[in-house]
Design a protein around this ligand. Structure first.
Ligand code: P5A
Ligand code: ZN
Length: 477
């Protein structure tokens, strides 16, 4: 395999850095000849598998996985008025079968409410069927008109995890919203990606929802990225699709619903949060290769070094680590560069001196060097990897602390959004949000802000001076 040369663009030039890392680390190939559609390389796909493995295992506690069709008849998609209004400009249509026009046009799902809920109409009969919690991981299509970007704004979302739940009461559905937020928090904690949770303003909620809670992260350039949303759907869709159940007293009731989704933006956030000037930096939990063993074969003891390297790799892989031994005919430096680019959390070097000392030399992706005795190799490696994971979480939190500021005036807010987000008191009026947005060229992203760094902030609205509560203001992707 060819080893790329030359330095990466600085991470300060975030777009340049991001695009370069995606192809040099073999995450995505952007050369596919349709705008907004990209190809997963095998290495990127292995990363995706690990990330979505975590998401699946969190969901599998109390959700069931299923699979619904990609095509939605126009007649179903058009049923919920607000929903179709929200998506009509983004829908791709299948209009023909071969050369014959279809009687009913078929939409490629932009999201699957209108594919799933006609079936929920058939499946939900009695209170004993509730709660119902189902998810699927599928591709979905949105004709995005804003600037498309790999993993961030796609026309084919390849890794759309959507959960759809049904409950007997509005309060039960609200508890599900809280449970979903907790689940997303756990997921992002496992990726060491810091998040801010907030309630989107009414004009920005999901089409057809009572309200929307969003999970945002702050990218290296200070702009926010929405990396998950949880929607309380109330009975909007259950009335449209006639999803009813017989309650304990034998009466028919409309069901209450929620839905929540995550896409490969989660992987964009992972890459962007941790990567550095040498490429990817991956938490051990998701790294396709957790440990690379590099034999240092200088001089006469080549066979002995190779054998020792294989033995080290064998021990670790029996202990359950994802290990690779790099025996390619390249200089060690070229190998280091290659695996650093791919974010491998730990490199073990095995040379003649290590053999004599009964040890391996360990260098983490964060640059920490140590030695680990061969006699306690697996526990030693486990400890070092735990250290990498902890350091990444700490760095993520530090990024959040330095890029989210609680402020009280227009001037401070204006300064804060230049390199991150501001948390400011806002009265909730649209007019004041418009004023804020025009004045500082950023958006009012949410209220009821929950961030590790943000104490509850109350005070006079930055725009009008009336009583206000914490709002999240920032520039988003
Ligand atoms: C929830 C799941 C929904 O579609 N229906 C089922 C609900 N919500 S959403 O907010 O519209 O999308 C969920 C999350 O998907 C990500 N996302 C995207 N990712 C990449 N490219 C896109 N074009 C795109 N559109 C949405 C966002 O993270 C969003 O929160
Ligand atoms: Zn106001």
């Amino acid at each position: 395999m060819e080893v790329e040369q030359g330095a990466l663009p600085q991470k300060e030039d975030f777009s340049g850095w991001y695009n370069e890392v995606l192809w040099r680390a073999e995450i995505m190939d952007v050369r596919y000849p349709v705008k907004g559609l990209y190809v997963w390389y095998p290495f990127g796909f292995a990363l995706r598998k690990n990330v979505y493995g975590i998401l699946r295992s969190l969901l599998d506690h109390d959700h069931e996985e299923a699979l619904f069709p990609l095509l939605i008849p126009e007649t179903e998609l058009a049923k919920e008025a607000e929903h179709i209004k929200g998506f009509e400009e983004e829908v791709y249509w299948v209009t023909h079968g071969g050369t014959s026009p279809l009687e009913v046009k078929l939409a490629l799902r932009p999201t699957s409410e209108c594919a799933i809920y006609p079936m929920y109409h058939l499946w939900v009969r009695s209170h004993a069927d509730l709660p119902l919690r189902i998810y699927q991981i599928v591709n979905s299509f949105r004709y995005e008109t804003k600037h498309t970007r790999p993993l961030i704004r796609l026309r084919e979302i390849t890794s759309f995890k959507e959960a759809h739940t049904v409950h007997a009461s509005w309060e039960d559905a609200e508890r599900q919203v809280q449970a979903a937020i907790a689940l997303y928090r756990q997921f992002y904690a496992a990726l060491a990606v810091p998040v801010i949770v907030s309630k989107r303003p009414d004009w920005d909620k999901f089409p057809g929802a009572d309200y929307t809670i969003a999970v945002d992260t702050i990218m290296p350039d200070g702009r926010t990225l929405q990396i998950g949303t949880v929607h309380h759907l109330g009975d909007h869709f259950s009335k449209t699709f006639s999803i009813t159940f017989e309650d304990e007293r034998g009466e028919q009731q409309y069901a209450q619903q929620t839905c929540y989704g995550i896409s490969e933006r989660s992987i964009a956030a992972l890459i962007s949060t941790h990567g550095d000037g040498k490429g990817l930096v991956l938490p051990p939990s998701v790294a396709p290769v957790q440990v690379v063993v590099v034999p240092i074969t200088i001089g006469k003891r080549k066979e002995e070094v190779l054998a020792a390297a294989e033995e080290v790799a064998g021990t670790l892989s029996s202990a359950g680590f994802r290990v690779k031994t790099d025996t390619r005919d390249l200089r060690p430096g070229a190998k280091y560069y290659y695996w650093e680019m791919r974010g491998v959390p730990l490199r073990l070097e095995v040379g003649p001196r290590d053999i004599d000392a009964g040890q391996v030399t360990a260098v983490t992706r964060l640059g920490e060097k140590s030695t680990i005795p061969r006699s306690s190799l697996a526990p030693g490696v486990g400890t070092v990897l735990d250290g990498v994971a902890a350091a990444l979480s700490e760095r993520g939190e530090e990024h959040m602390r330095t890029h989210a500021r609680v402020v009280t005036t227009i001037e401070e807010m204006s300064a804060a959004v230049e390199h991150g987000v501001a948390i400011v008191p806002w009265c909730g009026e649209r007019e004041c949000a418009d004023f804020i947005e025009e004045t500082v060229n950023a958006s009012v992203l949410g209220t009821e802000v929950q961030a590790a760094c943000a104490p509850p902030c109350e005070g006079p609205c930055v725009a009008c001076g009336k009583p206000g509560t914490a709002a999240l203001v920032g520039r988003s992707y």
